[in-house]
Design a protein around this ligand. Sequence first.
Ligand code: PTJ
Length: 248
Amino acid sequence: MTVPRSHPRYESLRIREMVSAGFLSGAVALEGVMAHGRGEAFDYILGEETLLTAKAAIRAAAATLLLSSHPVISVNGNVAALCSKEVVNLSLTSNSKIEVNLFYDSIQRRRIIIGMLYRAGAKEVLGLERHSMIKGLESARRMVSHGIAQADTVVVPLEDGDRTQALINAGKKVITIDLNPLSRTARTASITIVDNITRALPILSDYCKEMKGYHTEQLAEIAEFDNMANLKECVRLIKERLDEYIDA
Ligand code: PTJ
């Protein structure tokens, strides 16, 4: 069913349809559909808007990417279904590689997702062949290509906690996008953007473009970021919103 554009909750329904279409095409895992539902619930509580805390995190993330020598964007089924074009755009504005890395891994899903990214304009997508292993990880995500293996910074949106910790343990900076500020990934990453990936990625690309000419010292100052303080402020804003509801 197509939702009429006049519907007040059109945007979240449109996003949901993209995940459904991704599932039907074989890109999104069944578990990914459920993960999307969890994200939707948090987005509803956030008011379906990019909070100031998210903007601060996005700015620090852009500076971190521009300072990195080998940045990589890790793509899973949900990310590809929602944001293939935006991933390609970010790879250009931040000079990052793109690598497909799946939790519910199969060669067939990897091929489908890689195809989506090429159709979205990617020049190179890594992840079909994987010859390296991330230490301390049990899931299929431990097998990686040279992109993630050699990266100094990895963007890992819609992530499970184990890989974030393993990447941090391997000495990499981790930038995540996760609507749940309480998740283990959110609390483990170097920089957590608590926002819907569909809103966050275009802003991240814009900041990368804007900050390209900045001096290294200027970027280093912006990249300095207290993730836990930002998450606590985000949770405080959510609490304020809920208190307003109770008091109304
Ligand atoms: O494609 P695969 O096989 O790699 O599997 C991908 C999923 C997402 C199924 C896998 O990584 C997984 O199980 O993730 P989790 O542990 O459910 O975590 C996903 C996180 O993303 C949750 O905290 C959700 O709240 C959050 N999330 C869901 N949709 C969005 C989101 N965050 C930002 N934007 C969204 N649209």
